[in-house]
Design a protein around this ligand. Structure first.
Ligand code: BT5
Length: 347
């Protein structure tokens, strides 16, 4: 059972169509977009249709949340610095208009698992594109109920609700699309090379920096909804990982040598995912698959895949049309694999 209201410090539900944007989002947007770097209270008040006193009150509130906003008598308001904390309004204002992903954004201070929260929204009939972030998760999980380490304020732990028009066996496309989107965003934000390890890992310097958990609710021939959960180790120190993960996992901060801005990376990922999801919706999955193949460290390698009790050995050849991994087994057969744990064979 999800303890839905559990320790929710700040919950914002935002309808992010242009007409319904909250005042905070509009103020942050105006401050970020200002060519002169500052906007006067009078201009903001006219543009947003509220009194200057109301603008001032929101500026004070934003300051209390950690936004450094300078107020000069002649220059107006200037955004000097944004906090690294995740705020729904801030994320919406940074993300701008998207096709599907990020229509609603909620941020929880702590929850069990963001996948659980999205599951509840899905059952309540919420539209696709809703995103839930948590600063920390008490029961973050990986595949097969494995634990996912999610310390407060150091990573991006979030889930997205999708309602694609796909058959259940095509749902792997969404893991593929999410992996390409996360990889691209990491590379653009950090300028470091990031690779995809089938089925759901993103690696930097050969170590895991992000994992994807795709959970499916489907009928026989149709997907009802899919929850894509994404965990990115952004600003963890190597000592934040337990000893057994220190060699296999790393964070972007550890790899780069300096912290990176979590809200900026968060919206970069959502923006990239919006692109790749729309490619699937318009029948252009092959473009996503081509990119995945180009950046996948698994292809062309001899691999060993464990699927429950079963083990398959062979060469990972390519990605199938529906997102499955095609493996040429040691017996010469081509097997289509949709899930499992993969190890590269040492040559
Ligand atoms: C995954 O599973 O890689 C999927 C992880 C998805 C996490 C997100 S966070 C938001 C959303 N809400 C959730 O509750 N989950 C999703 P898997 O391939 O099974 O890998 C799990 C394994 O990765 C663990 O058994 C550990 O060995 C390792 N691991 C755990 N925490 C890690 C971390 N923070 N960084 C890197 N590796 C980790």
């Amino acid at each position: 059972m999800v303890k839905w209201e559990e320790r929710v410090v700040r919950l914002h539900m935002i309808s992010c169509s242009n007409c319904e944007m909250s005042l905070d989002i509009q103020i942050l947007k105006a401050l970020r977009n200002s060519a002169e770097g500052a906007v006067s209270g009078a201009d903001l008040s006219e543009e947003l249709g509220v009194s200057r006193a109301a603008i001032w009150a929101r500026i004070q509130e934003l300051r209390s949340l950690g936004y450094e906003i300078e107020a000069g008598p002649h220059t107006g308001y200037k955004l000097l610095n944004s906090p690294d904390a995740l705020h729904a309004e801030d994320l919406v204002s940074r993300l701008g208009k998207t096709r599907v992903i990020g229509r609603d954004i909620q941020v929880f201070q702590e929850t069990t698992s963001t996948n659980d929260v999205i599951e509840k929204l899905a059952r309540d009939g919420v539209e696709e594109g809703a995103v839930v972030f948590a600063e920390s998760q008490s029961k973050g999980r990986g595949r097969l109920g494995r634990k996912w380490l999610s310390p407060a304020g150091k990573g991006l732990w979030f889930s997205i609700l999708l309602r694609p028009k796909l058959a259940p066996q095509q749902a792997t496309m969404l893991t593929v699309a999410s992996a390409t989107a996360v990889r691209r965003a990491i590379e653009k934000q950090t300028e470091m090379k990031a690779e995809i390890k089938w089925p759901n890992d993103i690696l930097v310097n050969g170590r895991k920096v992000a994992g994807i958990l795709t959970e499916l609710n489907a009928e026989l021939d149709r997907v009802k909804y899919v929850i894509v959960g994404i965990g990115v180790d952004v600003n963890l120190n190597q000592t934040d990982f337990p000893a057994d993960l220190r060699k296999s996992a790393t964070s972007l901060k550890s790899a780069l040598g300096h912290p990176i801005c979590r809200p900026e990376l968060a919206v970069a990922i959502l923006g990239e995912l919006d692109e790749d999801y729309s490619r699937i919706a318009t029948g252009e999955f092959s473009m996503v698959a081509d990119e995945w193949e180009k950046h996948c460290s698994t292809l062309g390698r001899d691999v060993r895949i464990r699927i429950g009790e079963r083990q398959i050995r062979g060469c990972a050849e390519s990605l199938g049309e529906d997102g499955a991994l095609l493996v040429r087994t040691e017996h010469g057969r081509l097997e289509r694999i949709v899930g499992g744990d993969l190890e590269i064979e040492k040559s």
